[in-house]
Ligand binder design. Structure first.
Ligand code: NI
Length: 207
């Protein structure tokens, strides 16, 4: 299963690279700002992300439009995740801390890919363990499927031997979205807080 995730993740990077190189060739040169960080910088035209309608930890409906004018750092996962999600959320929290006052312009968002178990209350309590500023979003299975599709997120229930308990396979990129709601950078899993902070800073400086 892990290998499957790696394949999907590699596929995503390759697909973006192809689009990027394609655009570069079309425009006759590099598009936009150069990337100094570890993430994959992508030109504005790449379609990743888009409109969504989800539910926050207070049970209130939120849409992508609520975050227009702010930077968002979006991550998909689930509260029962034993390893990758807690590590990534810790890295996000660390990056927010490193960024100091400019973190005020950024909203880190955790979107569940396990809406069956991640109720608004559960996801709210979970994200606050990492950082008070983290927003946890859930939604109907259909709305979660739609937002995951928009962000090119892979997820699937993994088979488990224990009845009732299950794990989820999912891709684990961080999506840095600009104030216009467009993707600015894909940050790969395992990136440190300091590197994430540097990536965000360079993208903010470039805009
Ligand atoms: Ni996870």
């Amino acid at each position: 299963m892990l290998r499957k995730i790696r394949w999907v993740a590699t596929g995503l990077i390759l697909a973006l690279a192809v689009v990027w190189i394609g655009k570069w060739t079309l425009n006759g040169g590099p598009a936009g700002s150069g990337s100094t960080g570890i993430g994959v910088s992508v030109p504005g035209g790449v379609q990743v992300g888009g409109p969504f309608k989800l539910i926050d930890s207070n049970g209130k409906t939120v849409t992508d439009a609520d975050y227009r004018g702010r930077w968002t750092l979006v991550y998909f996962g689930y509260t029962f995740c034993p390893d990758v999600c807690p590590t990534e959320l810790q890295a996000i929290a660390g990056a927010m801390h490193e960024l100091g006052p400019i973190a005020d312009q950024i909203t880190p968002i955790f979107i569940t890919i396990d809406p069956e178990r991640d109720t608004p209350q559960a996801i709210g309590e979970y994200v606050k363990l990492f950082d008070e500023r983290l927003v946890g979003l859930t939604g109907s299975p259909a709305d979660i499927a739609a937002v995951a599709r928009a962000y090119r997120v892979y997820y699937a229930k993994a088979e488990t031997k224990t009845a009732g308990a299950y794990l989820m396979d999912h891709s684990s990129f961080l999506y840095l979205m600009g104030p216009d709601g467009r993707l600015r950078m894909l940050i790969k899993p395992g990136t440190t807080s300091a590197e994430i902070a540097a990536d965000i800073r360079s993208q903010m400086n470039a805009s």
